[in-house]
Design a protein around this ligand. Structure first.
Ligand SMILES: *[C@@H]1O[C@H](CO)[C@@H](O)[C@H](O)[C@H]1NC(C)=O
Ligand SMILES: *[C@@H]1O[C@H](CO)[C@@H](O)[C@H](O)[C@H]1NC(C)=O
Ligand SMILES: *[C@@H]1O[C@H](CO)[C@@H](O)[C@H](O)[C@H]1NC(C)=O
Length: 280
């Protein structure tokens, strides 16, 4: 009986002209997401069906004849909790949990309401790495002026944004003219008054942020010392190394299956040695 009613409800949802409302929910890997089942005050819920629409179509939870049920074979099995207000909580969130969901509510008079929700799950951003490259420093010893490029790097995860802050400044926002490659590189001009000035790179996504701070003047000072690598020297090293890496990548790709076999043989040798050693 219950199964039949479920099917007819799902059919009903398919026949509804369109979802009444749609909402976006954001969550962090390892955290939780609350998918809220909203309904007007006069709407007394008798039945509810939560489904995943995309990337896979699955039944997640139902509320039927007064009893909640979440033990359906879905990717959220064991991670879904149906609250008494019929909101669905998913925890802990995993990286692949982003997707679209729907809830169908039916009230005591048989009126139906359907909502869709979009869940986006993000990784927490890791701490960025900031490097200082000195472009020009004053000839004087110690230098009086210094131009530097600050580069900020964080692993490529989705929806990450970069911004910079000059610590202790009245207006900490950076002039856009000094920013390159989507804010990952900042150009700064430093004078003697900027000795102790710290710059922070802030990386953020919709659910988290982190920062790293440097005092570029320290690098200007160091760079001025004899025997130090200059900005141009750094390029002289970086460009050939990059070329080598690209070449290595290309040849690894080209010889992929062959080198894979070689690797396997090495593993086998190691295993043999290990199993033999007790006999020796
Ligand atoms: C429903 O219940 C949950 C858990 O008690 C609560 O966090 C949430 O705010 C409630 N309301 C809605 C609209 O989801
Ligand atoms: C998921 O929902 C969003 C927002 O409602 C919509 O733009 C998107 O096309 C949906 N994705 C799929 C695959 O249905
Ligand atoms: C970062 O990842 C996205 C997809 O996740 C890709 O489209 C983009 O090219 C990557 N960017 C870099 C700089 O690797």
């Amino acid at each position: 009986m219950a199964v039949w009613s479920l099917w007819s409800l799902l059919l009903w949802e398919a026949l509804l002209p369109m979802a009444i409302a749609s909402a976006q929910v954001q969550g962090q890997v390892g955290g939780s997401a609350l998918l809220a089942a909203d309904h007007p005050p006069g709407f007394q819920v008798r039945e509810a069906i939560w489904r995943s629409l995309w990337p896979s179509e699955e039944l997640l939870a139902t509320f039927f004849r007064g009893s909640p049920e979440t033990l359906y074979h879905s990717r959220f099995l064991g991670r879904a909790q149906l609250h008494s207000n019929l909101s669905l909580e998913l925890r802990p969130l995993e990286p692949g949990d982003s997707g679209n969901f729907s809830v169908l509510l039916v009230d005591k008079q048989g009126r139906a309401r359907s909502q869709t929700l979009q869940l986006k799950v993000y990784d927490a951003v890791p701490r960025p790495v900031v490097k200082v490259f000195i472009a020009v420093s004053g000839e004087a010893q110690p230098p009086k002026t210094c131009q530097a490029f600050l580069s900020c790097w964080a692993p490529n995860i989705s929806d990450i944004t970069y911004s910079w802050r000059r610590e202790g400044a009245v207006d900490p926002a950076m002039e856009p003219g000094g920013l390159f490659t989507d804010g990952q590189v900042l150009r700064v001009s430093l004078g003697p008054g900027d000795k102790g000035v710290a710059y922070s790179c802030i990386v953020s996504n919709p659910v988290s942020w982190d920062l790293a701070t440097v005092i570029p003047w320290e690098s200007c000072h160091r760079q001025a010392a004899p025997g130090r690598a200059s900005y141009k020297d750094v390029l002289l090293v970086v460009v050939p190394v990059l070329l080598l890496l690209i070449l290595a990548g290309l040849s690894a790709w080209h010889w992929g299956p062959w080198s894979g076999k070689k690797k396997k043989d090495v593993c086998a040798d190691e295993v043999d040695q290990e199993t033999e050693s007790p006999l020796v």
